[in-house]
Design a protein around this ligand. Structure first.
Ligand code: GLV
Ligand code: MN
Ligand code: MN
Length: 418
């Protein structure tokens, strides 16, 4: 019997120090002390559920439950890292439900024709380094990115972080992020991720679970505005080249562009750093992030282009210089059509309606789709709240999710991949 209550309790257990890097609220960064402490506990839970465990070259924790045949592995996963002041279920719940499924199979001494590997991915959120989904990109073999060596806010490079975590780094290869290539997976049967919905649809329709048809496209940028710092008391307004005021106009322009589009197109400036950062100095520099999403690649590109054109116009008007780096471009990722049907069947076999829906949030599944066919199961969360400590799920919904996952896993006996 799948134990959804235990899955929820384990996420709660991991929600505070030492499994959080902060004493107040939850923040678990990639390769931090809280990350290491969490991996140690989860590895124990994996072992108790009948798995062997290892940490791969990207710092992902992997639990493996052997199969009886020679087919490639089914990967079940989600992420262990979190945003700052996070909820407890965004990420870890998918890992815990994977462990629950294996615990049931192992208790029944049931071996499938394929092994199951549970991945606790390291960096989905991008909350430590200015890149997201690094470790699932390493597993899927799609590490190419524009930044050669990401550095965190404390000045530690990714190579430093990997080395101090005891992971070997390699020389940079072409545009690849160094050190992570060895985590590449040899090829999987399928990827399954269970995740809280992070939106209100399921709750508003009175449904516990949803079958994810695909994940919206994402583009993320880092913008740097350079003006001229000056004395706040003596620099006349007309003479100012205030980088922060220009960035503020850009933030509002991004919002206006996205509002002019369909509801499924969104743009967010979620972080800004202003320099030099004193009450009596006109700001000379501002660095901010821009995150743009839409259901299709074309719509996402069009919105990003429109916003960046506005930024350029604002910079010219205010006599500041603007430079923009692309941090990532993740194409929209449809779920595998055959796996969608298997998931519909697994949900129906639990006596539930098979509601299909799109994910506006990004997930490791959108990266794993480069490696193998992918499927996702959404779980209702209270008021659709996420990226917020008020995130909440019920044990009953999680038990149902685990039961559906087990049914789906068994249906894969007759599934023959890409
Ligand atoms: C992940 O939570 C994302 O959608 O940014
Ligand atoms: Mn997530
Ligand atoms: Mn998240």
């Amino acid at each position: 019997m799948v134990n959804g209550k235990r899955a929820v309790e384990r996420c709660d257990f991991l929600g505070i120090a030492p499994y959080s890097d902060t004493e107040d609220g939850l923040y678990r960064g990639y390769l931090t002390p809280a990350y290491a402490a969490s991996q140690r506990v989860i590895a124990r839970w994996m072992t108790e559920a009948g798995m062997t465990t290892r940490i791969d070259a990207a710092g992902n924790l992997v639990g493996r439950y052997e199969g009886a045949g020679s087919r490639p592995a089914l990967i079940i996963g989600s992420h262990l890292d979190s945003v700052r002041d996070a909820g407890r279920y965004d990420g870890p719940l998918g890992i815990m439900l994977g462990i629950e499924c294996v615990a049931v199979l192992s208790a029944m001494q049931e071996r499938l024709s394929f092994p199951i590997e549970i991945y606790a991915f390291g960096d989905e959120e991008g909350s430590r380094f200015p890149l997201a989904m690094l470790t699932s990109r390493a597993v899927a073999g799609v590490l190419e990115c524009d930044i050669e060596e990401p550095v965190d806010s404390a000045g530690a490079s990714l190579s430093d972080a990997l080395a101090s975590y005891g992971l070997e780094t390699q020389a940079p290869v072409a545009a690849d992020v160094p050190g992570l290539q060895a985590a590449r997976h040899p090829g999987a049967l399928a990827y399954l991720e269970a995740h809280i919905e992070q939106g209100p649809v399921l709750e508003s329709e009175g449904l516990a679970l949803g079958n994810v048809t695909g994940i919206a496209a994402q583009r993320r940028f880092s913008a740097f505005v350079s003006g001229r710092a000056g004395h706040a008391g003596t620099t006349a307004m007309m003479l100012r080249r205030d980088a922060f005021a220009a960035a503020a106009a850009m933030v509002l322009a991004a919002e206006e562009c996205a509002r002019a589009e369909d509801a499924d197109r969104v743009a967010t400036v979620g972080s800004i750093i202003v320099g030099p950062g004193a009450a009596n100095v006109v700001p000379g520099a501002a660095r901010f992030t821009l995150d743009v999403r839409a259901a299709t690649d074309e719509a996402c590109a069009a919105l990003a282009d429109a916003i960046l054109a506005k930024f350029g116009a604002i910079a010219a008007e205010r006599s500041v210089t603007l430079s923009v780096d692309a941090l990532h471009h993740l194409p929209a990722s449809p779920s595998d059509s055959r796996l969608l049907e298997l998931m519909d069947a697994a949900i129906a076999d639990e006596g539930l309606p098979a509601r299909r829906l799109v994910s506006g949030a990004g997930h490791d599944a959108m990266i794993l789709s480069a490696l193998c066919p992918t499927a996702m199961l959404f779980i209702r969360c209270r008021e659709g709240i996420s990226h917020n400590p008020a995130e909440s799920v019920t044990a009953e919904d999680c038990t149902l999710a685990g039961r559906v996952m087990l049914r789906f896993i068994k249906l894969l006996e007759d599934f023959h991949g890409a």
